[in-house]
Design a binder for this molecule. Structure first.
Ligand code: FES
Length: 276
């Protein structure tokens, strides 16, 4: 699994976001929007899930975008064009259900914006009217703006500090739009607090709301139970039942708690091996 191209998308204020284009023809041939891969940067590394942002079936490549957040993503960030990944498995998970819904709002936050892009393109191609709301802490951290703008009928940016677009949260704009018009689907990917707020906002309007969950994973084949989430009081595995779920049914507090389970160990190992 050779890295053909590496691009640093952002490297500001301690936030480093990188795109890797990787030669993986079998995965590229089958992947659909919303699916993910499991990757090992090296033989002794851990497996991490990353969403497929783009695929090129002719060239046989897949594109991944990740933010350096822990030991493994930092190790991945040290690789360059020409380097070879130890393993790449996929496509995994159910694809996002793509069909003609009508009017759709996509809400992306932080690096979750990368996961919105393939879904936006597919939903637009299926004949939907697509409105996109992107959120980031500031202008510098916003990614894939042009790509998503060109795929959307309406496009909005919200920044925490007001340095670009409008100051405020994605849910401020979401509420404004829902107050003015009727929509058929809201799809959201981003930090857990943002997706939770999106689901809380749309519940009052009774709009179908899908979220792509970023639960911790180990094997991604439904055997370890690490990615367990509760949806509508049922236990589901994010890797084989998701990653898309009904946002109104997700137990957000449990997901938040489970995703922090290794944060002490992660901090410890990051201190031992600081970012280069
Ligand atoms: Fe093991 Fe999903 S990652 S069950």
């Amino acid at each position: 699994m050779k890295i053909l191209n590496k691009q640093i998308i952002n490297d500001v204020a301690g936030v480093k976001i990188t795109q890797l284009d990787i030669l993986a023809p079998d995965i590229a041939a089958k992947a659909a929007p919303g699916q993910f891969i499991m990757l090992m940067a090296s033989e002794n590394g851990e497996r991490i899930p990353l969403t497929l942002v783009d695929t090129d079936k002719l060239k046989g490549t897949v594109s991944l975008i990740f933010q350096e957040a822990g030991f493994t993503t930092r190790s991945l960030g040290r690789l360059n064009s020409g380097d070879v990944l130890y393993s790449l498995v996929g496509p995994l998970g159910h694809p996002t259900e793509i069909k003609k819904y009508g009017k759709i709002i996509l809400v992306g936050g932080g690096v979750g914006i990368a996961e919105i892009l393939p879904v936006a393109r597919a939903l637009k191609k299926a004949g939907n009217q697509v409105t996109t709301i992107l959120g980031s802490r500031n202008k510098e951290l916003l990614i894939l703006e042009e790509e998503l703008k060109s795929t959307s009928d309406q496009f909005y940016v919200m920044t925490d500090d007001g340095s670009y677009g409008r100051k405020g949260f994605t849910t401020d704009m979401l509420k404004e739009l829902l107050d003015k018009d009727k929509y058929d689907l809201v799809y959201s990917v981003g930090p857990i607090p943002m997706m939770k707020k999106v689901a809380e906002t749309t519940r009052a309007y009774n709009i179908k709301t899908l979220v792509s969950l970023n639960a911790l994973m180990v094997d991604a084949t439904g055997m370890c139970g690490c990615c367990r989430v509760t949806v509508g009081k049922e236990v589901k595995f994010s890797c084989i039942d998701g990653p898309d779920f009904d946002g109104h049914g997700v137990d957000w507090d449990e997901l938040q708690k489970r995703n922090k389970v290794y944060s002490v160990q992660e901090k410890h190992i990051c201190n031992l091996f600081p970012a280069s």
